[in-house]
Design a protein around this ligand. Sequence first.
Ligand code: GDP
Length: 337
Amino acid sequence: MRRSLPTVDEFLQGILAANRVVLGQAITLVESARPEHQALAQEIIAQLLQFQSSISTQETLRIAVTGAPGVGKSTFIEALGMQLNEQGRKVAVLAIDPTSSVSKGSILGDKTRMERLSTSELAFIRPSPSGESLGGVARKTRETILLVEAAGYETVIVETVGVGQSEIAAHSMTDVFLLLLLPGAGDELQGIKRGIVEMADILAVNKADGDRVKLANQARAHYLNATHLLPSKPSGWLPKVLACSAEQGMGISEIWQTIQDFKMHTLANGFFHENRRQQAGYWLREALEAGLKNAFFAHPVVREKLAVIEPDVLAGRMSPFAAAESVLKFFLNRAKA
Ligand code: GDP
């Protein structure tokens, strides 16, 4: 017999008491496609938001970490996470990896990552949700942030793969954006899109150890120059370029200090809160768009009309735009009736 799910109250109590099993179950609900799971997840989140409005947002920090595959993201996150744990800070590590849904082999990988951090009492690591679209994957991660924060993980790291759209999603749910780079190579060789460099608040050249120190310094100078040429940011923050060795634990404290500086800077000028407000608005519109789209295509009237009209479009007897217009009109008229 299947065990029944905990009630909303049991979920709330479990999450607020930082029960990891209950937290994991709640995230599974968020990730589930089943309507009854979604309904329960929404109820839990709605109730948690009531609690959360009483927690000061100044206590939480959401950090995006990105960079090309192999740059050292998991090594870095583990090093930073362990340092924060040593200071008594709780850290949650989430991920947005749309490749995990496209192909079986995800870029962030199924290999055992962050072995030390994953056994720490003060850390909670969750692999990327899967989903049919990046939007779906990202939305689940965004909701999971609320859950882990309610469970007291005041620092949340959102890891992405560094090769495209998932960075924009991570950027739209975090306070500070950290880009890891390799020693030496320029943008093209790093596999990093220019837009991603522009999003970064902090750039860190990793693997600055052994005989790579010189190359790391070159990369640092290159990116320092590049960031000076970028238009100024709405946060009023000038991106910082640092070097580190995640493997040897060097430069990690400096990066954490710079993250703190960024937070102080944006709290002082109001950007921190304004950015979170804008992000909430963005996700409201995203959720509406996704909901509308699903409702539209699932509607019997739309299915019926599409079944009739689509063959005409495919055969070139009707333009796709005229057909879309006609289906929309049909749907909106029915909705009014
Ligand atoms: P990810 O794909 O970005 O998550 O990269 P990983 O953290 O899995 O690291 C890729 C490889 O680079 C691994 O073999 C790491 O041991 C190595 N690596 C990571 N950080 C450093 C570093 O600071 N210095 C050196 N020399 N190697 C590193």
